[in-house]
Unconditional design. Structure first.
Length: 369
């Protein structure tokens, strides 16, 4: 066994694959094994080898052979056996103690050697790892620095373009705001100049002149209204006189035909204007809504109410003679035919626009015939 161990150890040393600290430990172990083998050989070659304590089988054989008579030699060696066995035990104890101390020393040497090797391995691994870390980290740092530099350059280029674009936009905005400010200043200047101009006397004179013209127009309109009312009355009287003349002419014709001229002539003066007007209206003119209308001509734009029938829709709507009807619905009426046509178009409800010259009030009435 020891020879085989030594051969394996020699092969391991010659191969060169085992670390040095492990070879030291194996060397100590092989030396210990060799010393143990030598110790065993010394024990086997000792002269008191047979005095060793027998095994169980030997003890049984000794116990079985005890009643037999013994030889003289045996009687001679029996008193020496206890002393020899004691010496052997003492020698074995000393050897075992030496062996234990050698084992402790070998263990201490192996521990010291292994701790030293471990410290050396730790230091070498630490230095290698530090070098690897420095190498890898330096490479990574250099690569990251290069990438960051590229990114910085790209970012700077993009920022330059963005800044240029922002500058152009700000410049455009500044120009537009400057133009707007100039326009505002010009407008404010014009406003101030207009204010100063308005504060002068000329615009005030223009305004007073316009107000005077307006007042003059109002007075003129009042005068025209005052002139329209008598003219309407005169026209109404002329119409009545014409109707009376027609009635008289008819009566004269009847007189010549019947021979009763005196009675007829005596009756004619007693006829009042209202009766002649009523007979005339019944004879010829139509009265829509109970109104008798007359064309306004060139002076008045519309139809002039000359007479209102009592208890008619027009009288209930407080339409009085002298008022002017300008529109029926949305249609302008200047002649009686226009009024009749517009009334036919309106149907059930007629919307009249009436102007009162006396009060200068315009009313819109809805009448349902």
């Amino acid at each position: 066994m020891t020879a085989a161990l030594n051969r394996k150890f020699d092969l391991l040393q010659k191969s060169g694959t085992c670390p040095s600290y492990l070879l030291d430990v194996l060397t100590l172990l092989v030396a210990h094994a060799n010393e143990t083998e030598l110790f065993k050989q010394e024990l086997r070659s000792a002269p008191f080898e047979n005095a060793a304590p027998p095994l169980r089988a030997d003890r049984g054989m000794v116990a079985a052979a005890a009643p037999q008579p013994e030889m003289g030699t045996q009687t001679v060696t029996q008193p020496e056996a206890p002393g020899t066995e004691k010496e052997v035990l003492l020698a074995a104890e000393r050897t075992l103690r030496a062996y234990a101390s050698d084992l402790r020393k070998i263990n201490d040497i192996a521990m010291a050697t292994s701790s030293k090797k471990l410290r050396e391995m730790k230091m070498s691994n630490f230095t290698e790892m530090a070098a690897f870390r420095d190498r890898v980290v330096s490479d990574a740092v250099d690569r990251a620095r290069e990438e960051l530099e590229l990114l910085r350059m790209g970012w700077l280029e993009s920022m330059n373009t963005e800044v240029e674009r922002a500058k152009m936009e700000v410049h455009k905005v500044g120009l537009s705001s400057q133009k707007a400010l100039h326009k505002m200043l010009e407008g404010y200047r014009d406003y101030v100049s207009d204010g100063f101009r308005l504060l002068k006397t000329e615009p005030l004179e223009v305004m007073h002149r316009a107000m005077a013209e307006c007042a003059f127009c109002v007075e003129r309109l009042k005068i025209m209204e005052q002139q329209v009312v008598p003219r309407i009355e005169i026209d109404a009287l002329c119409g009545r006189l014409k109707s009376v003349e027609r009635v008289i002419a008819q009566m004269l014709k009847k007189r010549h035909s019947s021979g009763v001229v005196d009675d007829e002539i005596s009756v004619v003066p007693t006829a009042g204007p209202s009766e002649t007007g009523a007979s005339t209206a019944a004879a010829g003119d139509d009265r829509p809504l109970g109104l008798r209308l007359r064309d306004g001509g060139n002076d008045v734009e519309g139809l002039i109410v000359t007479e209102v029938a009592p208890n008619s829709l027009a009288s209930k709507a407080r339409i009085s003679p002298g008022q002017i009807i300008s529109h029926v619905g949305d249609a302008l009426v200047t002649r009686r035919d226009d009024f009749t046509t517009a009334m036919q178009k309106t149907g059930s409800a007629a919307k009249l626009t009436i102007y009162d010259p006396e009060t200068a009030v315009v009313r819109i009435l809805t009448l349902k015939p």
